[in-house]
Design a protein around this ligand. Structure first.
Ligand SMILES: CC(C)(COP(=O)(O)OP(=O)(O)OC[C@H]1O[C@@H](n2cnc3c(N)ncnc32)[C@H](O)[C@@H]1OP(=O)(O)O)[C@@H](O)C(=O)NCCC(=O)NCCS
Length: 182
């Protein structure tokens, strides 16, 4: 799949990304890569050929690269996971490289992927959860047109302590009524 939105191309990872992915690993910067990304450069080709696609092949979601169209560079990643086909529900997650933040890329990508999931992707609901202290991600959710539904108290465990999660969603009618990023 491929989505063109604003300055971005949002598309699947492939073998042609090997040099960029290896450079991220060498720089110990994994924020532009999905959670399943390899630990070492030697595993990059196998990951790009197989593992990065496994979630889609299992019908559980998809891992996508956020690419700056002008430069061709991967600036982040965004994914859908935990697909429930019967309920038509999925969850979106994203990350953007530190040196490309603040340009609206995460907002553009979250809005575009939410819209794609609710139109072409067969979903009725796209959920987004973010720690309540992750102010940048909360802003992204709001700006992309997700509606805040509430707080999941102590739902996350990280660095030896529990954290509250804000929960957002986008449903099909939001595409008409809200300012969903196009
Ligand atoms: C969250 C993240 C994806 C945002 O990416 P981005 O491309 O910079 O996002 P955008 O440029 O679309 O929007 C960021 C917004 O957050 C705001 N923001 C950023 N840091 C902030 C802070 N510390 N306090 C308040 N607002 C902040 C920006 O000003 C901007 O809002 P604005 O347009 O109203 O000014 C990026 O910071 C990231 O990758 N973080 C690490 C991974 C992560 O947290 N992923 C989300 C998990 S739920």
């Amino acid at each position: 799949m491929k989505i063109i939105s604003g300055a971005l191309e949002i598309r699947e990872f492939g073998l042609w990304d090997a040099d960029q992915v290896a450079a991220f690993l060498a720089a110990e910067d994994r924020t532009a890569l999905p959670p399943s990304s390899p630990e070492v450069v030697g595993d990059v080709d196998e990951w790009l050929a197989e593992r990065v696609h496994q979630k889609r092949l299992d019908g559980q979601g998809v891992n996508l690269a956020i690419v700056e169209q002008a430069s061709g560079e991967i600036v982040g990643s965004i994914g859908l996971r935990d697909v429930d086909w019967e309920a038509g529900r999925s969850e979106v997650g994203y990350g953007v490289r530190a040196d490309r933040r603040g340009r609206g890329y995460a907002t553009e990508a979250a809005g575009a992927v939410g819209r794609w999931a609710l139109t072409s992707g067969g979903m009725r609901r796209v959920q987004l959860r973010a720690r309540v202290d992750n102010v940048a991600s909360l802003r992204v959710a709001e700006k992309a047109g997700f509606q805040r539904e509430g707080t999941l108290r102590m739902a996350d465990w990280d660095d030896g302590e529990a954290h509250d999660l804000a929960v957002f969603s986008m449903i099909a009618t939001d595409l008409e009524t809200a300012q969903v990023a196009r």
